[in-house]
Design a protein around this ligand. Structure first.
Ligand code: FES
Length: 87
């Protein structure tokens, strides 16, 4: 598991292994717009300010994934213990 931090408030939310980032955030009252929830459409695209993303989408190009500055929280996860999101 890992955690995400919301840059605007500093709030930290734990992401359980059986939850997506969007699910865990929604349960914490932070809604991210989703559509496909499979990493295809890009609707949920969110900027990443710190941490290493484990990209699991088919939306971003390999170059965009390597830039590590945005991710699809409907399906992608983290390789680092924490991601700081531009939320
Ligand atoms: Fe479609 Fe996340 S909701 S990529």
């Amino acid at each position: 598991s890992f955690e995400v931090q919301l840059a605007s408030s500093g709030r930290v939310i734990a992401i359980a292994p059986d939850k997506t980032v969007t699910q865990a955030l929604a349960e914490a009252g932070v809604e991210i717009l989703v559509s496909c929830e499979q990493g295809v459409c890009g609707t949920c695209l969110t900027r990443v300010l710190q941490g290493e993303v484990d990209h699991r989408d088919a939306y971003l190009t390999p170059e965009e994934q390597a830039a590590n500055d945005q991710f699809t929280p409907c399906c992608s996860r983290a390789k680092s213990p924490r991601l700081v999101l531009d939320l």
